[in-house]
Design a binder for this molecule. Structure first.
Ligand code: NI
Length: 396
């Protein structure tokens, strides 16, 4: 690292512990859905202003700010996502969401607090590091098309050499971290299928085309794509998440609508799943005399870390958490994450930082009982600050 000692960073992060918790709890109380984070954006910009950091607002829900170090040197970007989910909180926490039906159920409140902490920490060492750190407070990670593409279009990566970020991870106990020098998260796509049959009397199926029957066949047959249609060494998931049809017990449903998600790591596997889905829908409906609509939306691409930046990020995590607590061959997961777009544009890496209970398991991400261990907040500040300084030094 630069001239700033590890212990100084540790002490600085430790001193802001209460503030990190307060920031996170404020955000937790006032969650906003994807593409609606205007209040959050204003609040973040206000906190940055209090640190003497001027923020840019590419649009109403996005916040970008540059921390200037000494003259010259490269630019490293650090990203935090800020959005919440349409989930009704059931944690019973005293700082639970004050907005019915909206909840920070993925830890993005913590990500935002951590990045504010990094801003405060690096600002306090101004003059002792060279280059520039760009803070990307990104809206809308949870909803396709996501906020990352918009920020990139607005030039958020202009002049940036490298980009890093993290996700608080409830599957890992606090004090641990995982990453991978390659694929860490999946292609995350969604689909919608509408079967259009012909309604009729429940007692006379021969005069109708039963959309429930056709739809039910599709739900079962689609599962065969993963088990029979793709290379067993290539992971894939296909989940039908909704199925709506019909309106009365003795009426044959004229239509059935299904929505769901497909997750893969590999591009060829993704395309093969799509090809087979299209074919199954077409032929199953044709056999029954039904029409159909099939929409497939390619979502976030797989998140692929760059080896060198993953190494630097893992090394920073090891210094903060202890070597035995950082798994740099952490298995990939089927979640989607629009940080992937930054990694298509610039070298960089993404870390999963433990925020689950030290013993046992916590509620999963996106669950109404999801929460994070706030001990992870200062750890996140230290890891990202150290990694950013290392990356600046590496090119300085
Ligand atoms: Ni998330």
């Amino acid at each position: 690292m630069a001239a700033i000692a590890e212990q100084e960073i540790a002490r600085a992060a430790e001193r802001m512990r209460d503030e990190l918790v307060a920031w996170r709890r404020h955000l937790h109380r006032h969650p906003e859905l994807s593409f609606q984070e205007e209040e959050t954006g204003r609040w973040v910009a206000g906190q940055l202003a209090a640190l003497g950091v001027e923020a840019r607002r590419p649009w109403a829900t996005a916040v970008v700010a540059d921390l200037e170090g000494g003259e010259g040197g490269p630019t490293v970007a650090i990203r935090a996502d800020m959005d919440a989910l349409p989930v009704s909180e059931e944690t019973g926490l005293e700082f639970a969401s004050e907005r019915p039906g909206v909840m920070h159920a993925c830890g993005h409140d913590g990500h935002t607090a951590i990045l504010l902490g990094v801003a405060r920490l690096l600002a306090s060492f101004r003059g002792r590091w060279r280059g520039r750190v760009r803070l990307l407070f990104q809206p809308a990670e949870e909803k396709i098309p996501g906020g990352a593409l918009g920020l990139i279009e607005h030039g958020a990566l202009d002049g940036v050499e490298r980009v890093i970020g993290l996700h608080l991870w409830s599957n890992l106990p606090v004090g641990k971290a995982g990453l991978n020098p390659g694929v860490l998260m999946a292609n995350a796509d969604d689909f919608r299928i509408v079967v259009r049959g012909r309604g009729g009397h429940g007692s006379a199926p021969h005069q109708a085309v039963d959309a429930v029957w056709v739809g039910a066949q599709l739900v079962v047959a689609l599962q065969g794509i993963v088990s029979r249609g793709v290379d067993p060494l290539q992971p894939a998931v296909l989940t039908v998440g909704t199925f709506h049809a019909g309106f009365n017990f003795n009426v044959i449903a004229p239509a059935a609508e299904m929505t769901g998600t497909v997750r893969t790591f590999d591009e060829a596997t993704r395309e093969e799943v799509i090809r087979r889905m299209r074919s199954l829908v077409e032929h199953t409906c044709a056999a029954a005399g039904a029409d159909y609509e099939f929409e497939y939306n390619r979502g976030y691409p797989a998140l692929v870390n760059h080896a060198e930046e993953a190494r630097v990020l893992a090394a920073a995590a090891r210094r903060v958490l202890g070597a035995e607590n950082v798994d740099d061959r952490y298995p990939p997961n089927m979640g989607g994450e629009d940080f992937a777009y930054y990694l298509r544009e610039r070298p960089g890496a993404f870390l999963l930082l433990g925020a689950g209970p030290r013993e046992g398991s916590g509620a999963p991400h996106h669950s109404p009982r999801f929460t994070i261990d706030e001990e992870a907040l200062p750890l996140g500040v230290r890891i990202l600050s150290e990694a950013a300084l290392d990356l600046l030094e590496a090119k300085g």
